[in-house]
Every structure is written in C-alpha cells, then in structure tokens.
Ligand binder design. Structure first.
Ligand code: IVH
Length: 710
C-alpha cells in the first residue's frame, strides 16, 4: 500500500530547518582546515540527503528529529564559515532564498504531450482493441494514478538537478528551478547508477493537509482562498520568493523517465530504477497483462482515492514496452500507447436554501447558492456556484428545490440539475435581481455578455473595494502589507475611497483601528493595527511609489487591460500623458490592442474623475512615466548568467543574488562554457576558479559588478 507521509511529519521537518549554529559546532569548526571542512561538508551532505530520502520518499526515518537537526546545523555552520564551499544544491538550500522576477521560457527537449481522456470502461476496451490491432505479441500495461497537480520536467546532468520546467503549452514552459529545489521529495543530487543526462517528469501537488493549512491562513489574513489544491500548487510554483514556496510544502511524484541512455526499455522497470536513485515514484502502480486487471485497478481506486492524502482525477494506463510504444506512435495531440481514465465528478442531492448575488470589481453580479450542508468527496458543501442568469433560467431553479451538486476538482461545486418531482407547488422561482443587491442601481447586460453588471462603478461599495484590492494586488502595485481584510477596514472607516487616498494615509489615521473578522466555523478573530502593522502598511505604500509605470497602468484596473496589455501600452507610449491624449487610431496601431481595449481606454480617460485620480497619484510620487533608467538597468544583465563564489564583506550572498536577478540576470550554480561572469569575492573556490579559467569566463570583482548595474 501507499507509503505516504502525513502532514504532521512534513511540518516537523520544515520547522527543523531554522538555521542556527550551536556553540558546540563553533568550537569544532575553529579547529578545521579548509580541506577538513570540504570533507566534512561532503559527508554531511550525503548523510542528510539519505535521511531526507528515508523521510520524504520512503517515509521511514532512521534517525530522530534531534539528530537530523544536529547534522543540518553542523552543515549550515560549515557553509557559513566557508561560503566558497557551499554548493547551490546543498540540502541547506531547501529553505529557499532566491527571488525570481520573471521565469525564463525554456523549450522542452521532448514536447510535453497530453493524454486522451475517457470516462467509460467501454472506451478503455476500445483503447486495448486498437492497440491489439497493431501489436500481435504479449502486451503489458502499467496502471498509475493520475495526479491532479502541475506537470514538471526535471533535467539532471551527472546526477545534479539542473533545471525544472513547467509544461507551459507543451512546447515550451517556464523555468521554475529555484522554487522546485525547495520541494523536499525532489532529490537535488542522485545516488546509485543513473544515466549521465536524462529528464524525469512528474506532477507537483499540494497534499490536502497543506492545502487546508494555507487556505486557513489566507482566510485569516483576509486573502482569497485557493479554489482547489491544483490552483494552489500552480500558484505556489510561480511565487517570486522561493522561501515562500518552501513554506507551502509542495510534494512531487515522478512518473516518466526520458533520455537516450535509460536503464531499461520498459517504463515500469525504469520507474523502479529511478526510485533507487532517490526519486519519489508511486507505490500505487500496477503491471497488468489483461483488461480485467486494468478494470480491477480502476474499481479499486474509485473507492480508495477518498483515502489518499492528495487529489487524483483519474488513472493513467500506459503500454509498458518502449518498442511497442514506438510501433503505436502518436496522434496529433497524444500518444496512442496511453490513455487517461477520468473518474466522474461526485454528485449529491441537497436542498437549495437561498441565492446570494455577489458584486465584483467591475460590477459583474455572480449568483451563489446557499445549500443545506451535504458531504461531497469527504467535505461538507454549503455553497455552490451558479455562474450567471442564463444558468438559473435553464435550471428553472426554485427556492427549496432538491438540487444535484457536482464537484469537479473545484472547491466551490456547481448545481447541475433539479429534481422537479419533489418541488412543492408554492415554491417561488429564483429570479435574477433587476437592481444591484448592494447599491440598488438598475443592472445592465452588455451585448454579447452572459453576465449582468452594476453600472454604478463610482459609488457601489463592492466595486470600490474591488478596485482598491486590484490596485494593491501582487501583479499591480504589490502592496503586500495590505490585504483584502485591511483594505475593507480602511474603506469602512472612510479613510480610502480611491487608490490615491492610500498615499495620504498617516500613522495617526491607522494606529488603533480594529475589526472582528469571521474565521472558520463561527469563530471570530480581531485584526488590530498596532505599531508594527501600521508602520508596515505605511512602508508598503511608500515603497510602491517605486513600481514601474507599466504596473501603475495595470493597477488602474481599466476594463480589458490585463497585465500584458498594460506592459505593451506603457512601453509604447512611455508616459501617462501620452496615453491619456492618444486617439483611437493611435491605440489600435499597437499590435496587441484591439477595438475593445482601445474603446475601454478612451472611455476611462474621458472620465474627469479618472484624470483627477491620475493627477493625485502623480502628485503623491507614483510613477507616471516609463523609467528608462530602470528598464535599461533591468535589461543590463539580461540573459547574462552569474556564478557567485567566495566571501563578500559588504553584501550577503543572498543580497548579491537578488541584485543579479533584479537587474535581469540569472544565477547559476556551477561554472560552464555558458556562464557569462564569475563574481568573485575573497577565497573563491579553487575548483570554480580553475573551471572559469578553462572556459575563459571573465572573473569580476564586486566593484566591477556594481559598475555594471549602476
Ligand atoms: S504520463 C504523454 N502519468 O496528466 C503523456 N501523466 O493529460 C505523458 N498526469 O500532462 C503523461 N498523472 O500532467 C502521466 N501518472 C501519470 C500522470 C500524468 C498525472 C498528468 C500530466 C499530464 C496530463 C496528461
């Protein structure tokens, strides 16, 4: 049976990674020569990796937490004392520390294909029949769980994790290596007899325990919870700070080995080998020789999946032999040698109590059903999404109806049907309101839009709050010290109505503000602005004045102007004044700007209130022009890769890494012919020095580096 660890075990191990050097280790360190230190670092690295493997992959630790901590502390101590000996793939790096501004796009060596899907056993029979038409010899099938997460391709060279790339569009994906290194079940270096170069693919996912914990924290801090573990996993992988990713406690199971030099010509046997090198492959995998074996596996997991500590959305069936796979080939989209059997979404019947109509940032009104609680896929469901007026009409929904709710991977399930035979005659139909449920303004429906919207964008409270929330959001002005909950407090206390009010806030406005918020169950929690929170908020707001002009344009929340469009428009016009005075024809000339966007920009800037908002933001010091200095500076290190080696007196290694990355450069771990520069401090590692000289890589000192980014 499955060898999966529990959330509690994971938590414990993360807590241990708090760096700290005990006095005992200091004493030992002082007596060491660098050669001794190197030897000890290697020993410790190997031991710690083995213990990580025992714990995270095998779930059978052989030492106590305390003993593990001692080993790790000793390694941290040695790496602090001899920074040049610290390896970027050291187990101490699992806590993260890298900031990634943008994830570079990488073309997959082998395209990342998807699988044909089916929901019926009949289609599995057809799949097997099709295969048998081509293959006239014995066949083996491998049945595996279909993990519901984010696909990842990991490239290893000489046993070292080099790159981790997301699926993207299948041809190219994003390089998320720094973030992936924080996942403890992914080995940073391998053991045993592995091929020199290969790729291994699998799924990164968030186990239920971690998902619940993250959402609880998000709700408490007034943030929107993730809809499901898959969204949470993919959101986590794209976070800029790898230390934050480390806290998410993602997991990864690998299911596909690719390369020219694999140990075996069979998939199943390769996975067994990969496990020996340190990878977490699934234990819930079965070699089948006939269709009945396959059906048994499907049936078993249809029930047993409820007890898994993570989500699966089906089963994958693959032909085992590579030779047979080659004979079967591919269709345009997917291999003929594999198929995904998806479990039908779970359904339950319950009663509709009422319908809420929620108003969003742009005024769109979304209906949400309140239900009599019912258990669906092991969780209690109280609310269901109804999407729009057409769906309500199509369902012919009445209050008190017995409704069919379905959960298809989303946290909020949907209503898919009504049992009209159980409806009482006096039941009143659910009607979409004609007026905004919050401000009372008559709703409008734009041509071609399914949704009704409240046009009162200026004074409808949820729209005002939504716009403020958008302004401070990560992709916009990124004022992390403020969240939805705090924005609501500021709004309710009459302190902010539009984004420009944020820049007028003072210490005395904020200090002492208090609010009770509802947490899970019927508990409440008090948020209060004490000194630290207040200072943090004011600092976050002040820092946002440094945000690039394109972020400011996006933050204004102009309809149809998303992040990418804002970037293109900002770079094209280079100043707000020029955008404001741009005519339709000028706007439409830009490649990415179509009729809808151009009209939306013109409408926005024709509104005197918006012009006033821009003026006020400008007066507060928010950027209204493209900062060419910044973009040039950012571009300065573009495409350049840096290896940092040695000790620097004025900057920590982490600060230097951030400086490289903030200026558009990349940090790489080891020197190769592709390295652009080696940034060398005192006592640079001799191996790196030798390699840099061999490849003719320029070695620069701190002053030269600072000149480059000035
Ligand atoms: S094999 C040629 N095995 O499902 C395709 N995929 O629709 C090779 N997935 O993108 C994929 N569990 O993200 C494979 N055991 C498993 C899987 C699995 C989940 C995902 C994967 C892939 C998608 C295919």
């Amino acid at each position: 049976m499955s060898l999966l660890y529990t959330g509690t075990m994971l938590l414990k191990r993360v807590d241990r990674l708090t760096p700290g050097i005990s006095r005992y280790h200091h004493l030992k360190l002082s007596a060491m020569t660098p050669e001794d230190a190197k030897k000890r670092i290697d020993e410790l690295t190997e031991q710690i990796e083995q213990h990580n493997y025992n714990y995270y992959v095998l779930s059978s630790p052989t030492i106590s937490d305390y003993e593990f901590d001692m080993l790790l502390e000793e390694l941290i101590g040695l790496e602090n004392k001899y920074p040049s000996l610290a390896d970027p793939n050291s187990p101490t790096q699992r806590v993260g520390g890298t900031i990634t501004k943008e994830f570079p796009t990488v073309v997959h060596k082998y395209p990342m294909l998807s699988l044909a899907n089916t929901y019926s056993e009949g289609e599995i029979e057809d799949f097997v029949k099709r295969i048998k038409k081509v293959i006239h010899e014995d066949l083996e099938y491998v049945c595996e769980l279909k993990y519901d997460g984010v696909a990842i391709g990991l490239t290893y060279s000489h046993g070292i994790l080099k790159q981790a790339v997301t699926r993207g569009d299948g041809v190219q994906g994003d390089d998320v290596t720094a973030n992936v290194k924080t996942i403890r079940s992914i080995p940073l270096r391998l053991k045993g007899d592995f091929p020199e170069e290969f790729e291994i693919r699998g799924e990164i996912y968030l186990p239920h325990e971690q998902f619940k914990k993250i959402n609880k924290e998000r709700i408490e801090s007034g943030e929107v919870p993730f809809a499901n573990p898959r969204n949470a996993a993919s959101g986590s992988l794209k976070m800029q700070s790898s230390s934050e990713v480390a806290k998410r406690e993602l997991d990864c199971t690998l299911y596909n080995l690719l390369g020219d030099d694999l140990p075996n010509n069979h998939h199943y046997q390769n996975l067994l080998e990969a496990r020996k090198w340190g990878f977490k492959t699934s234990n819930n995998i079965k070699l089948c020789t006939n269709i009945n074996d396959i059906f048994d596996f499907l049936k078993y997991w249809d029930e047993a999946r409820q007890d898994l500590p993570f989500d699966i959305d089906g089963i994958v069936i693959k032909v085992n032999s590579f030779q047979q796979r080659e004979m079967l080939g591919f269709t345009a989209k997917s291999p003929r040698w594999a198929i995904a059997y998806k479990y039908k979404a779970e359904e339950a019947v319950t009663k509709l109590i009422s319908v809420d109509f929620q108003v969003g940032r742009t005024g769109t009104v979304t209906p949400v059903a309140n239900l009599e609680p019912v258990v669906l896929s092991g969780t209690k469901v109280k609310r269901a999404s109804l999407h729009n007026a057409d769906i309500i009409a199509k369902l012919d929904l009445h209050l008190g109806d017995h409704v069919l709710v379905e959960k298809g991977g989303e946290i909020i399930p949907k209503i898919t049907g009504v049992d009209k035979s159980l409806r009482i005659s006096e039941a009143s139909p659910v009607t979409f309101p004609k007026k905004c449920p919050v401000c009372g303004t008559p709703l409008v429906r734009e041509e071609g839009e399914a949704a009704y919207a409240c046009p009162n964008s200026k004074s409808c409270p949820p729209q005002i709050k939504g716009k403020l929330e958008h302004f401070i959001s990560r992709k916009a002005m990124d004022i992390q010290s403020l969240g939805e909950g705090k924005i609501e407090m500021l709004y309710e206390n009459g302190l902010v109505k539009d984004p420009s009010d944020l820049y007028k806030l003072t210490y005395s406005d904020l200090i002492g503000l208090e609010k009770e918020i509802k947490t899970e169950g019927s508990k409440t929690k008090k948020i209060s602005f004490r000194e630290k929170t207040t200072k943090n908020i004011l600092k976050g707001i002040a820092d946002s004045k440094e945000k690039a002009f394109e972020k400011v344009l996006f933050a204004l929340g102009i309809r149809h102007i998303g992040e990418t469009a804002a970037k293109t428009i900002a770079r094209h016009f280079q100043s707000m004044d020029r955008i404001v005075s741009a005519e339709y024809d000028e706007l439409i000339e830009i490649d990415e700007v179509g009729d809808k966007m151009a009209n939306s920009l013109i409408t926005f800037f024709n509104d005197p209130d918006n012009i006033q908002l821009i003026k006020s933001l400008k007066n507060s010091g928010v950027r209204m022009e493209g900062s060419y200095e910044t973009s040039e500076k950012e571009a300065k290190l573009d495409e350049k890769s840096f290896v940092i080696s040695g000790v620097f007196n004025d900057y920590s290694r982490e600060e230097l890494m951030k400086m490289v990355e903030n200026n558009g450069g990349k940090i790489v771990s080891s020197v190769s012919s592709n390295t652009s520069y080696v940034l060398a401090g005192d006592k640079m590692g001799p191996a790196k020095l030798k390699k840099a000289k061999e490849h003719g890589i320029p070695i620069i000192d701190l002053t030269e580096f600072l000149d480059m980014i000035q």
